[in-house]
Design a protein around this ligand. Structure first.
Ligand code: URA
Length: 234
């Protein structure tokens, strides 16, 4: 091939294959229908695969009333992952986490320190299906859904994990202490920096911004998170 031909070949616009890589081991039909069936790390290669499974999952009874399984929203390569409790009505309808009032407040809290789901943040929940009447998820439901959460963490690979509220803390860390005792404290989980913070719904019920009150404490915590991210980046 002449030099000219070689250079001209660089102009070839061969079609780019944007489909996800073939995953020989992934069989969407193989749905664990019993919470005792393990979902080992590495089962899923993409969020879409997790979503596909969760939308058919019956590892616990919450799937019976599900409109959509709620997987996550935000940048799948984000350095910060936020884990909430469970989808509510809006989330179940839209299939996205934190899209109701709590979500609007969470977005504002992030914005206050220039964090965004477009860049630095990915949001998910301890469980993927809405509990009836928005009750707190049971220990069995948290356990049944945990393999999906762990797979999401593995795929996102965040440097920082924020746990909003006691249920998220209990699910990931197994720590049953009250959130007011442990919020704002850095912990380590599997080598990742992890901080329990208040749930935005709690802040909606406690709107005072006075020093020492929950909203003020959240402001301290989110600034601390921003600083930690900068120190990781530099
Ligand atoms: N509260 C949560 O914990 N998660 C949501 O997705 C919505 C509200």
């Amino acid at each position: 091939m002449s030099d000219d031909d070689q250079q001209l070949n660089l102009f070839d616009l061969s079609p780019i294959d944007s489909s996800p890589p073939a995953v020989p081991d992934f069989d969407p039909e193989r749905i664990p229908t019993d919470a005792k069936v393990p979902i080992p790390p590495g089962t899923y290669q993409t969020m879409e695969q997790i979503s596909e499974h969760c939308n058919r999952c019956d590892r616990c009874e919450l799937g019976q009333n599900r409109t959509h399984a709620v997987i996550g929203r935000g940048n799948p390569n984000a350095p910060i992952m936020i884990i909430g409790e469970a989808p509510g009505q809006n989330e179940d309808e839209q299939g996205l986490p934190f899209v109701g009032k709590s979500g609007q407040l969470l977005d504002k809290i992030l914005e206050s320190v220039k964090l965004s789901t477009d860049r630095e943040v990915y949001i998910s929940n301890a469980i993927r299906c809405r509990p009836p009447g928005n009750r707190t998820p049971s220990a069995g439901e948290l356990e049944a859904c945990k393999p999906y959460l762990l797979e999401q963490i593995r795929l996102i690979d965040p440097k920082i994990i924020l746990l909003t509220g006691a249920t998220a803390v209990k699910s990931l860390l197994g720590d049953k202490r009250g959130i007011t005792k442990i919020r704002g404290q850095w912990m380590k989980w599997e080598g990742r920096d992890c901080m329990p913070i208040f749930h935005p719904a709690y802040l909606l019920r406690n709107p005072s911004k006075e020093p020492g009150k929950p909203k003020w404490l959240m402001w301290q915590d989110i600034q601390e998170v921003r600083k930690r991210l900068e120190s990781i980046n530099n």
